[in-house]
Design a protein around this ligand. Structure first.
Ligand code: 5GP
Length: 253
């Protein structure tokens, strides 16, 4: 049975067809990836599910999928305007994004502007300590291993990425970080850190996955109020309320 209504799409229409969900290719904690009639395109569906601590803590947050799909689309546009390509083609409906099919690089790239989270714990530095310059860290993308920290040499040794890919991803991550810090700064919000994922597409790399408050720390300037998934991880506030507040600040309604 079809799980979504038929959605006319620019690409689909141009080819005289329709763009609709095909087989489920992959299911992650917060997203599903569906095939389409075009083997080079997939539909990413943003779920309402919230998870933390590698899936140990779970909840369903009404409207989260739509908010994250809208934020990702908006922030991908901002990043593209600065010259960084991404995998999205267009938003199909509230929760579904049509994307180019990429081979996801098995490395998560984290950029930190202020000490928080695992960096604070690992090195015994107080959360909130500013870093002199943005810092890039690499983690293995592996739920089974709990996403361990990894260095460049081990990334190459394990064939997770080639040396040029590591260099490219680090540079792109810093540029994306710059764009997003400017964006959130304009809303009186500091981006403390963020995680980016990249995909291989036709011999090059593009930004992939999502840009949401699930994968970034966003602190309101002045109050320090957290407007990201840490409110769920740390039981600080209602995640649905927090994400709706963030949505209102970005989109104004
Ligand atoms: P930390 O290493 O301090 O736990 O996380 C650093 C940043 O990367 C935070 O903004 C966090 O939300 C993000 N991050 C790290 N790993 C993951 C992950 O597996 N999933 C998501 N959504 N974000 C992550």
């Amino acid at each position: 049975m079809r799980s979504t209504p038929r959605i006319p799409d620019a690409i689909g229409r141009a080819r005289g067809g329709w763009m609709e969900r095909g087989a489920l290719l992959y299911e992650g904690k917060a997203k599903q990836v569906f095939a389409t009639s075009d083997p080079s395109l997939v539909i990413i569906h943003f779920k309402d599910d919230a998870t933390a601590f590698n899936g140990v803590k779970k909840a369903s947050i009404g409207g989260k999928g739509a908010i994250n799909c809208a934020l990702t689309t908006h922030l991908f546009d901002a990043v593209a305007a600065a010259g960084v390509s991404h995998h999205a083609v267009r938003r199909l409906n509230e929760t579904d994004l049509l994307c180019r099919k990429v081979e996801i690089v098995g490395v998560e790239v984290v950029v930190r502007n202020v000490v928080a989270g695992s960096f604070a714990k690992r090195y015994g530095v107080a959360e909130g300590t500013p870093l002199a310059t943005p810092l890039v860290e690499l983690f293995v993308k592996s739920d089974a291993l709990n996403d361990p920290l990894i260095n460049d040499d081990a990334v190459v040794m394990l064939a997770l990425a080639r040396p040029w890919e590591i260099a490219w991803m680090k540079e792109a991550a810093l540029e994306i970080n710059r764009v997003l810090c400017d964006f959130w700064g304009g809303l009186n919000i500091s981006m403390i850190d963020a995680k980016f994922e990249f995909g291989r597409l036709d011999g090059r790399l593009v930004l992939a996955d999502e840009l949401t408050a699930d994968g970034a720390r966003l602190w309101e300037r002045g109050t320090g109020r957290k407007l990201d998934k840490d409110v769920f991880r740390r039981d600080l506030a209602d995640l649905g309320e927090t994400y709706r507040e963030l949505y209102r600040r970005v989109f104004g309604s």
